[in-house]
Design a binder for this molecule. Structure first.
Ligand code: SAH
Length: 214
């Protein structure tokens, strides 16, 4: 797929919009420039890849709005080299943004089709995140603890298994709520293993579902 001046111009415009909406971390904004979002969408959507909307990516799933991706990334307060668990690889766009930021990414997807498709795209960027086909509710026992955990689908309640896999002082960004919309929450794990919860407004996500799909 091509990345021409027009795409680059559209990305600059999108980045200005993200800035106006409160994304002020220049490293994140630069990652949005470096990773062409249209590579993750079907050709039919090429023209609209840089508008702030969600898209079908197959298997009934959507790639998140650019603003949502940027907002969740910013809430994580990332430092280069950190070990991050992402639940919901989906298109792989968010995964690539994290890789571009120098993060050691572990990502899980429950839909086989998306697991395979995203693997191919991510490889084209030359990134090497650890990708897993599995149920994100279980996390990755073998690779825990994580500095940060990012959930890119909506959960009914905060999964304790995932809190357990977070380092003390670690952060989890998670959209919580049933139905149409979810409340974005940032959870910080305290020394006594209690958690502090902050709320960041309402967003729309596809639901986090148990078990894998072939
Ligand atoms: N980060 C993605 C967002 C995709 S939407 C992107 O940038 O495109 C959320 C994804 O979470 C979907 O692909 C869905 O299949 C996946 N998902 C839902 N429940 C899951 C679970 N229990 N474990 C892993 N992935 C899950």
């Amino acid at each position: 797929m091509q990345d021409n001046f027009r795409h680059q111009g559209l990305r600059r415009k999108l980045i200005n919009e993200l800035r106006k909406k409160g994304i002020n971390d220049e490293k994140i904004l630069d990652a949005f420039y470096q990773i062409p979002r249209h590579f993750f969408l079907d050709l039919a959507f090429l023209e609209k890849a840089y508008t702030n909307i969600a898209f079908q990516i197959g298997a009934g799933q959507t790639i998140s709005h650019p603003y949502t991706v940027a907002f969740q990334t910013q809430l994580l307060n990332l430092e280069k080299g950190e070990k991050v668990l992402e639940i919901g690889t989906g298109s792989g766009f968010q995964t690539c943004i994290l890789c571009q930021l120098g993060i050691r990414v572990f990502t899980i997807e429950r839909q086989k089709e998306l697991f395979i498709k995203s693997k191919e795209i991510i490889k084209k960027f030359g990134f090497h995140p650890r990708q897993f086909y599995g149920d994100g509710y279980k996390g990755l026992e073998t690779y825990q603890p994580f500095d940060k955990i990012l959930i890119t689908c909506g959960v009914r309640e905060i999964p304790q298994t995932l809190v357990n896999q977070l380092k003390v002082g670690g952060i989890m960004v998670i959209p919580v709520g049933e139905g149409e919309s979810q409340l974005m929450k940032r959870i910080t794990k305290k020394i006594d293993n209690n958690i502090e919860i902050e709320d960041f407004g309402s967003f729309r996500f596809v639901p986090m579902l148990e078990k894998t799909v072939r």
